[in-house]
Ligand binder design. Structure first.
Ligand code: EPU
Length: 335
């Protein structure tokens, strides 16, 4: 086990914030876990792809960097395959592997940054599909009692960008492997408007999984900034759910407000629309900018500190609260 002191995490967070971890442990093998005593440190953090985290300052505790790799087929029938994926695998690389091997179910989730272990934590989702739709089970390690454990679908409490790992199990465990149930006879989900438009432009009316992935990659690349070129953490805020009563009131003042029905009593409003209409799209504060093509994303123009990114998010939060009376919730984890 190798612990490095004062390690820069600049290359390990997609905002590209230059902060240091007081102690840094690259974790390659699950057997190393019992030797880690988290009580030796003031705090600890399991870092995956670093794509949903904003560091405002140096991290004074222990950063455990999950680099557990491996993709294997555990079970296979004519219809399905259960695939075991190491938590440290890159999510998009795994999606490409699945498509190359003709396993379906994750094609709509192409190009989502981050690693496989983080996917269940926030139940990643895009273009009508969420991780929970293909999730089978996972295995993990609990630092509090030093035990390995498994979680099946029903015990993960998946919700919109939410799971048990963001609540009861927050800050105490490390996901090791994720098992996904993928299809061999595919059911294509291409009803999301933007996907249909792109597939039409390709002249494809009976798409396969690789066509859908290609369309998703085209849509995402056209409006979401590539973190390698412009540091960012994807959607900074969640799309808020409000009551229909509140929606009716807002519609009087903002007749063009966009919303999606959730149930009889509530709707989801795209935070990107609220932020855009509030005039933030493209606006800069220091080295942080509300992205020019998708207002839900905050980007690092090059030399932003975590605090600068946070300050812009706070200004956006206040402005949306003042104008619409809606308190946005951050999707990115702020430290
Ligand atoms: N909109 C604007 N201005 C903007 C951005 C969006 O008016 O600057 C409007 C759009 O016109 C559209 C609506 O908001 O009517 C929704 O926009 P979009 O389809 O781009 O999706 P989103 O709600 O902004 C969500 C996810 C994304 C995911 C897309 C596609 C959340 C917080 N975000 O974004 O996820 O890729 O749907 O399914 O749910 C991520 O989590 O990092 C992420 C990128």
């Amino acid at each position: 086990m190798e612990i490095i002191e004062h390690r820069s995490l600049k290359g390990f967070n997609t905002f590209g914030i230059d902060i240091k971890a007081r102690h840094y442990l690259p974790l390659h093998d699950v057997s190393e876990l019992p030797a880690i005593n988290i009580h030796d440190y003031p705090s600890f953090l399991v870092l995956g792809g670093g794509s949903n985290i904003l560091f405002r300052d140096d991290f004074e505790g222990l950063v455990i960097h999950n680099l557990i790799k491996g993709i294997s087929v555990e079970e296979e029938t004519n219809e399905h395959a259960i695939i075991k994926v190491g938590a440290g695998e890159n999510w998009h690389d795994f999606v490409c592997w699945a498509i190359d091997h003709n396993y379906g179910g994750v094609e709509n989730l192409a190009l989502i940054p981050g690693c496989v272990g983080a996917a269940p934590v926030q139940n990643i989702g895009a273009y009508g599909v969420e991780l929970k739709d293909v999730f089978y089970k996972l295995d993990a390690y609990d630092f509090r009692d030093g035990q390995y454990f498994e979680k099946d679908h029903s015990s993960c409490a998946f919700g919109y960008r939410d799971s048990v790992f963001k609540n009861e199990l927050k800050g105490r465990c490390c996901i090791l492997n994720v098992y996904l149930k993928l299809t061999k006879k595919h059911s294509i989900s291409a009803t999301y408007g933007a996907i249909t438009t792109v597939l039409d432009s390709y002249g494809i009316d009976d798409p396969g999984i690789s066509d859908v992935a290609k369309a998703v990659i085209e849509i995402r690349s056209s409006k979401l900034p590539d973190p390698k070129k412009l540091g960012n953490g994807g959607s900074f805020f969640k799309n808020p759910v409000i009551s229909k009563v509140q929606l009716n009131k807002l519609q009087h003042k903002f007749p063009a407000i966009v919303f999606y029905e959730i149930d009889d009593a509530s709707v989801k409003v795209p935070a990107g629309w609220l932020i855009d209409q509030a005039g933030w799209k493209g606006r800069k504060m220091g080295n942080a900018q509300c992205h020019e093509k998708q207002a839900l994303v905050i980007v690092n123009l090059g030399a932003a500190s975590g605090q600068e990114i946070y300050d812009l998010s706070e200004a956006i939060y206040q402005s949306v609260l003042d104008i619409y009376g809606i308190a946005l919730e951050r999707e990115v984890n702020v430290l």
